[in-house]
Design a protein around this ligand. Structure first.
Ligand code: SAH
Length: 466
């Protein structure tokens, strides 16, 4: 199994920096299922080609009791194509051998990793269940020129017809990390098979490596289905996450401006964040979560308070997390500060083990972004499984909207809000939580309180078991 990556970028040998592999050296890596070798068949200023040769240990695979060949027919081990074709083995090799390049990191030439350069990848042999049509439907929307040469099943017996094996060339002008990511995800998709058990971790991989291109891909559904080995519940979950991501990304840009405009007159955001910070401080919490942290405005305030020894920011959107990381100057923080702060992607609609063991959670202006149908999953996730001692939660008070000059369609403060509640609605929701999950709750107004319609923001402070 051979993958070659070529470029005509000048100087082409910069490919060596991008791949973190010196063009003059041949390197070998031992993987669980065989050996991977990296070498450069050509390396000059005009053109450079790196090759990844995968030497899968066919005998080792057969001997493994639960291995790929534990199929229920006697000849399976002799007729299997696995050691010779591009499959999930190649994805594993890419992730292992080119891990920095896959994640777009380049120590020596960071600028270059960000640059779109002319690239060409050639894969032999690539099994395509779905044929050339599917191959094109997967790669062409991503900007690739696809050349595919189909192989006959057996040259000696042309009457056996065509095989599902191709030698494929993919050409594009893009970042190397994009090319590797597309191969990493789409090769197992084309093969429609994986050599390992597929579980929740695969959704994470999809979300991590697919977030920038899968949300808008016309074949999104079949990619996700095949990637998750046709397991229905995983597929459903992954698609839901991708859709959430998609909606957020478009909504967020508009959202920041809209909400700021609407609430600016009041300096409301500042008051809200200061109140939440004070409330968390008073609770005595040392380890805190900011769920739906957005661009990290609250995180900045929390970091300024020495009382908080560990601070986690979680958001469903990679995009805003990246902004948060930049705004907080994460990369330039001293080591000690870096240790205090963790940012990760996750969704409030799901249970998440990473969130357990914290003293308090802030959920600031987030619940109104959740579909009402996901609210009960959120409640269980936070109050039953994560169950911090304190939860500080804010949401708009819809009654106050009459006081804004530019109300939005549906009378919500911005388009991505799925609902906004009156004070009564919020309080009865919060009270129902206390009953079901053993919390008490106290309500506080945030912002200037109007005699008739109340404050612009409402806050509930939940305490466990008191
Ligand atoms: N708390 C921040 C951001 C509020 S905007 C602040 O007060 O400034 C709402 C945020 O919730 C967005 O960043 C959005 O990406 C995030 N969000 C929406 N649905 C989410 C979900 N299911 N899980 C986690 N975060 C979510």
């Amino acid at each position: 199994m051979l993958l070659t990556i070529s470029t005509a970028y000048s100087p082409a040998t910069d490919l060596g920096y991008l791949l973190h592999k010196h063009p003059a050296r041949m390197q070998s890596f031992t993987l669980a299922f065989g050996q991977a070798h990296v070498f450069y068949p050509e390396a000059c200023t005009e053109r450079c080609t790196a090759a990844l040769l995968l030497d899968v240990d066919a005998v080792g695979l057969v001997r493994r009791p639960q291995g790929q060949f534990a199929e229920n027919f006697a000849l399976a081990q002799y007729v299997s194509d696995r050691p010779y074709v591009a499959s999930s083995f190649l994805s594993v090799a890419i992730a292992r051998v080119f891990s920095s390049a896959l994640s777009g990191k380049c120590k020596d030439r960071p600028q270059l990793a960000e640059t779109e350069i002319p690239l060409s990848a050639r894969v032999s042999i690539l099994p395509c269940r779905g044929g050339e049509k599917l191959l094109r439907r997967l790669f062409e929307p991503l900007g690739y020129t696809v050349t595919a040469e189909r192989h006959t099943l057996d040259a000696q017996f042309p009457e056996w017809g065509e095989s599902r094996y191709f030698t494929v060339t993919l050409e594009n002008t893009c970042r190397l990390s994009e090319l590797l990511t597309h191969l990493y995800i789409l090769i197992p998709v084309l093969d429609d098979e994986k050599h390992y058990w597929v579980g929740e971790a695969e959704i994470e991989k999809l979300s991590k490596h697919g977030k920038d291109w899968l949300t808008a891909h016309p074949e999104q559904e079949s990619i996700v289905r095949r990637y998750l080995k046709h397991q229905r519940s995983l597929t459903r979950e992954a698609l839901a996450q991708l859709r959430e991501e998609d909606v957020r990304e478009t909504a967020e840009t508009v959202q920041a401006q809209e909400e700021e405009l609407v609430e600016k007159q009041l300096g409301l955001n500042e008051i809200r964040l200061a109140t939440v910070t004070e409330t968390l401080k008073k609770s005595g919490a040392k380890r805190v979560l900011d769920l739906g942290c957005g661009e990290g405005k609250l995180l900045r305030k929390l970091l300024a308070e020495k009382q908080f020894e560990e601070i986690v920011g979680m958001d469903v959107s990679h995009h805003v997390l990246k902004i948060a990381q930049e705004r907080l100057n994460y990369d330039r923080l001293p080591e000690k500060e870096k240790k205090r702060l963790h940012l990760f992607q996750g969704s409030l609609g799901y249970r998440d083990k990473r969130l357990t063991g914290y003293d308090a959670a802030a959920v600031v202006e987030v619940i109104e972004h959740l579909d009402i149908s996901r609210l009960s999953a959120f409640e269980r996730g936070l109050f039953k499984f994560t169950c911090p001692q304190t939860v500080v939660l804010t949401t708009p008070n819809i009654e106050y909207n009459v006081k804004f000059e530019n109300p939005h369609a549906g009378n919500f403060r911005h388009k991505d809000h799925r609902f906004e509640w009156t004070r009564d609605e919020f309080q009865s929701w919060a009270t129902s939580i206390t009953k079901r999950f053993g919390y008490t709750v106290v309500f506080h107004p945030i912002g200037p309180e109007d005699e008739n319609v109340g404050p612009p923001t409402q806050m509930a402070v939940f305490s466990r078991g008191s």
